[in-house]
Design a protein around this ligand. Sequence first.
Ligand code: EPU
Length: 429
Amino acid sequence: MDKYVIHGGNPLHGEVEISGAKNAAVAIIPAALMVEGVCRIENIPQISDTDMLLTILSEMGAKVRSINQSTVEIDCSSVRRDGAPYELMRKIRASYYLIGAMLGRFGSAKTTMPGGCNFGVRPIDQHIKGMTALGAQVAVKGGFVYAEVPEGHLTGAKIYLDKVSVGATMNIMIAAARAQGKTVIENAAREPHIVDLANFLNSMGADVRGAGTDTIKIYGVETLHGGSYSIIPDQIEAGIYMAACAAAGGEVTVRNVIPKHLDCISAKLREMGVEVEDGEDSVTVRRTGALQRTNVNTQPYPGFPTDMQPQISTVLCLAVGTSVVTEGVWDNRYKYMSELKKMGAEVQVDGKTAVIEGVSFLTGAVVAACDLRAGAAVVIAGLAARGETTVEDVVFIERHYQDLVGKLRSLGADIACVTEPDEFSAAIV
Ligand code: EPU
């Protein structure tokens, strides 16, 4: 029963190092299944999703060797289709990438339906559409996905995505890397992690072109060989420290980032009156005066990322004036607003729109982390608030960020992770 206890009001000062991108790593690790040789992958974030995916590969027969804390070597030369631990797969959203990877490698796949945070309905119809176009027969039964290519190998195809989907774009890229012939994905997602996956596959011998645009062409190759690859820095983790500095005040340099990937976040902070200076591989955020209102509309990249919506909305709770936030990706990503209201935020949510009336301060309260980004949002609120904030259900945070508490403490935040025995279990022991 871990919780965070935060004493708010300390401005943040100093430098913080950003880890590898979660949403790139969780696609690149399953993609290693397609490679017959040793893949050395650097800059892997140390979080439970990457640990679980590495364990899944090990249980399928991959040799996984840790070189240091953020580098592993994966040798999938002699993996088997069976043996995947379904109870682990079920826990993570990104296990859907195993459908593409297993189909591409073995011509058949059995995976669980993916788990993950609840933002409303999270269909995988576009993944299935893609795999079907490549020649697979796919069935979803009893919480499992079964896919089989009667011909034994996938065949390139032209696929138009009905919805811009990060997951479907990456899954099709993985599967098509070793398909026979050319695959074209139209209306593809363009996030930095799409480009990162393409670069990973290409450095293992694949031929993926156009990643980062809405048309991606994959020329299938017979085999993928081993190689070495370093994952890009995490855009959203960087955004959390930028937003935390904007909310709590101070000056923070966020290191090991690609400033271009942060443009959408930097632009919003500047509109709010926060200074943001780009360096070569860093950004420095400085809050000198009052925060000003602005509007935010989340969209697929290069739009403002949905995964930063809770954190930026928290900053807007402290801005002068009325801000309107529109969530353009997920149906239900405002559950955390009821937690912020406990701290004094003034927000009206109507469907995909939140109208935020800025207040001059938030007050510490007992709040819950509803999911990974909502969890970051209430931590940011606690750092800026007057008094003590207790954040419960921090398992969502602990699982998805590398050392959030340690990194914030190094910036001068008064935050501690406290473990308390579960009262109920203690009573029945
Ligand atoms: N969608 C469909 N059908 C599909 C797939 C998606 O209708 O087959 C819809 C979704 O319901 C959603 C929209 O398309 O409305 C976009 O979904 P997308 O497929 O892009 O999301 P995802 O691949 O499931 C990844 C990230 C999410 C991030 C989204 C959008 C991973 C493991 N997850 O999810 O990350 O919000 O892309 O950028 O990469 C997070 O990190 O906080 C997080 C939730």
